[in-house]
Ligand binder design. Sequence first.
Ligand code: SF4
Length: 497
Amino acid sequence: MMSYEDPPQSKLFYMGINIDKRIRKNHPLRKIEELIDFDFIYNEVRDKYGYNGNESIPPPVILKLMLLLVLYNVRSERELMDTLSERLDWLWFLGFDLDTEIPNHSVLSKARRRWGEEAFRSFYERVVWQCVESGLVDGRKIFVDSSLIQADASNNSVVDRQSLKRYLSESYKELEKRLEEEREDEEGDNDDEGGGVNSRYISTTDPDAAIVRTSGKAKLRYETHRAVDSAYEVITAAEVTPGDVNEAHMMVGLIDSHQQNTETSVETVVADSKYGTISNYLSCFDRGIKAHVPDLKDVQSKSGLRGKIFSDYMFNYDSETDTYTCPRGKKLRRKSLHINRESVDYAALRSDCRVCELMPRCTKNKAGRTIKRHLRQEELDYMRALAGTAVSKNDIKTRQHLMERSFARAKRYGDDRARWRGLWRVRIQEYLIASIQNIQILLKYGTDPRIALAVKRVREEFNGKLKSLFKSSNQYLLGFFQLPKSGFERDLLVRTI
Ligand code: SF4
């Protein structure tokens, strides 16, 4: 006999409900709760609270709410709070009961302002350290790259600082007032990263964002910079800057942060040609780090107009005579020393170049060709040669997939667009996203160092076996195609195979 569903009736009392029993054993939040210590935040933000007045929401609950917001990529804090009472797993994770009062969404923005970015940086660094303790970080080889993220501000908010019209805009007046207050707050702090970003244009809604043109479209953007460890792709250093910052300037800082966060020493850094600057090569040389980074100058010399004239590499240096020899066999002699640039200019004779048939492909300068030689040119040449080895090229190929994977995963948690306005808030977002990505690695490979080590060994063994399998199957195929024509021999070989 068919039964009929009773009309829904709200009960006043539910006896014997245990949320813990309703959450499956392998729920990711259950694992995160077991794995991550959220209570550290009590000590971290203790001095940010007063001793009197209303009691706040416990800091670990706020941190967990922030984590949920990013982990489930919830659009807004208001939506998170609206959804909270419908999600048993979230309630359980926060230690709430069915009838616990849901906090107002504004507690999150207030906590961010009260705690600042440092609390979130500490959380991120603790997760990195947990990965280190679990044997998931090798530390010797890191991959470095950056990615642009769209700011939470419209292009319509951009004003021209040099235009008189800006004084008519109410929002610009408001912005100037705010910037002035910030400058006063930061007095003596020597932090030059806040405030406006472009010298001429500025967004009135997010003055920290920079106008960056990519694929023909100019937008307000920030830039995330990351160092990823080679072993399990743990993000060991993360930084955010306005979108117009040259990523090459961030490499040394990322190496330092990696070493500090993991207490290891970098032996090899891998990055694309944007990082292949003189300054980066020499910094790596001084630190004894191999830079598997293509030479920026070399890449530029092959592209555009520069590709049409002879590159510096076509001129041979003779240390005995301290001269260069050009493709026409003429000498370029020392002309001037530039202390600031740390380089010496070598110049060909005007009379040699004027009559040279190669001049259109050599220089546009009517006075003749000049070559710049860095005062540490031998060290630079050594680093450039290192970047051209087979091992380095292999690493550079690996970098592309590895870093794309890291940024693509970040997008799942909303890393393509800034949730909040202001550089320090976008940094908070990046620390949360990088922490979540690292937590996912911890969940996947476990926290026990023995497990991590075992996983690594199995991987290596599997890779080894795979290689030998390929080797033998190659031999097998080779044998098959070289089968003798005679019927008897052929039959014997086929049977043996
Ligand atoms: S233009 Fe001058 S430097 Fe260049 S190849 Fe001719 S002689 Fe040499």
